[in-house]
Design a protein around this ligand. Structure first.
Ligand code: UD1
Length: 419
């Protein structure tokens, strides 16, 4: 396993280009299951999670060819309808194949994901929605066994605006007989991106990006060529890096409209933000102000940015409170940040942070994807050397993060085969 070693204290400056969004690419790649033929996708990030969905699609009989950031997927000869435990264990988002498999193959056998480091993360809303669409669902031997001759439209109210749940049900609904209405649907940009691809394939979806999505079932879909939207969480991570190191970073090829909540908080923390059509420039201020944050479904502040923003608050002037409202156990980065000198107290879903003048470098361990990014950010601002181990979490969701930071002036390197 690799480690990342950082000598902190250097202000970061220059330009960085944002990669395609992992969370947009995953459902779009799963959507290729819906019909046979050759799809082409541009701006597909090079990530472990993309490799995971690639292995899954290939195990079902798809052809998958990567050429740089372009990916060709041919699902003409799909034979299998199973997502085995070994795959789902590596990546929970493998559950995204459930809806499309059921729609095209009439059957699906998908391992139950189980809990993960950040919370229980059930899939009851996915399953409840699919049964409203007429699927016969059994849970046996740790697997979801689902079958439906042809799914039929239905009214689904989601108790929570689940992101992958909304995506799964949208994909199940496109080939169903009749109209499906998803109420209290997730509104994340990745939902809109998936709906755009599905509509280009011949689906009839309206309302994506709003809480009510209407899907009129169609009989046939066709393969398409599409480009993956930029990763708003990667963009947000670099925004924090600029504010944190009091640097000046031009974040290129991002969609500023997707990061409005982050921009708002970064500005309140004292950094200057300049927004252009496809870029955001963040210039760190003299001092970092403390700012309270509550994570919320989009367009609120993303839970996937909570750990990174906490690092900024760890070196702010004064107290701040960060409330995590999406996942019940998403403060696992806190104990590692405390080892670097951060003054953080957890009470239920709230983290009380007393800003300190500086953090100090330490050996720390990454526990999940966004926690890894937060530890690297902490290392960038800490005095001395930080060694972040178990960075395979990072490779699941950030493309060449350490290389991008290095180009911006960070003293950072990857040590192969570390701890
Ligand atoms: C997606 C993102 C993840 C992000 C999360 C929240 C992908 C691949 N992953 O994950 O990066 O952190 O959204 O923005 O897009 N829930 C239920 N029952 C369900 C489904 C969800 O109770 O059937 C709960 C979850 O436990 C959680 C909340 O709903 O408390 C939101 O989770 P959800 O939006 O489903 O997250 P994911 O789609 O797994």
């Amino acid at each position: 396993m690799d480690d990342i070693v950082i000598d902190g204290g250097k202000p970061l400056s220059g330009e960085v280009t944002i990669s395609g969004a992992k969370n947009a690419a995953l459902p779009i790649l799963a959507a290729t299951i819906l019909t046979g033929g050759r799809f082409t996708f541009h701006n597909v990030p090079r990530l472990k999670d993309i490799e995971s969905i690639q292995h899954l699609l290939v195990s079902m009989g798809a052809e998958f060819v990567r050429d740089g950031h372009t990916v060709h997927v041919d699902t003409s000869n799909l034979k299998d309808y199973e997502a085995p435990y070994e795959q789902v264990r590596k990546m929970r988002a493998s559950i995204l194949v459930l809806g499309p498999l059921l729609a095209r193959m009439k059957r699906a056998r998908v391992s139950l994901p189980g809990g993960c480091a950040i919370g229980a993360r059930p899939i009851d809303l996915h399953l409840n929605g699919l049964s409203i669409l007429g699927a016969d669902i059994k849970l046996e031997h740790g697997y979801v066994e689902a079958a439906a001759k042809r799914l039929k439209g239905g009214e689904i109210y989601l108790d929570l605006p689940t992101v992958t749940g909304t995506e799964n049900l949208m994909m199940a609904g496109v080939l169903a007989k009749g109209v499906t209405v998803l109420r209290n649907a997730a509104r994340e940009p990745e939902i809109t991106a998936l709906a755009d691809v599905l509509n280009a394939m011949g689906a009839d979806i309206s309302g994506a990006g709003s809480p009510v999505i209407t899907i009129s079932g169609v009989k046939k879909l066709k393969p398409v060529t599409a480009t993956i939207i930029p990763d708003r969480i990667e963009a947000g991570t670099f925004m924090v890096a600029a504010a944190l190191t009091k640097g000046d970073i031009l974040i290129k090829k991002c969609d500023p409209s997707h990061v409005e909540a982050i921009i708002h908080k970064i500005e309140k923390s004292g950094a200057a933000v300049e927004v252009s059509e496809n870029s955001v420039r963040v210039k760190g201020g003299e001092a970092i102000n403390s700012v309270d944050v509550k994570t919320m479904p989009y367009p609120g502040f993303a839970t996937d940015m909570q750990a990174q923003f906490m690092v900024l608050m760890s070196v702010a002037n004064g107290f701040s409170v960060i409330s995590e409202n999406i996942f019940e156990n998403r403060f696992i980065h806190v104990s590692e940040l405390k080892r670097m000198g951060a003054d953080i107290t957890i009470s239920g879903s709230h983290a009380m942070i007393k800003g300190r003048p500086a953090l100090s470098g330490a050996p720390v361990m990454a526990t999940d994807l966004r926690a890894s990014a937060s530890l690297i950010l902490a290392g960038l601002v800490a005095k001395g050397t930080t060694r972040v181990s178990r960075v395979y979490h990072l490779d699941r969701g950030y493309e060449s993060l350490e290389k991008k930071f290095k180009k911006l002036g960070a003293a950072i390197k990857r040590v192969r085969g570390g701890s």
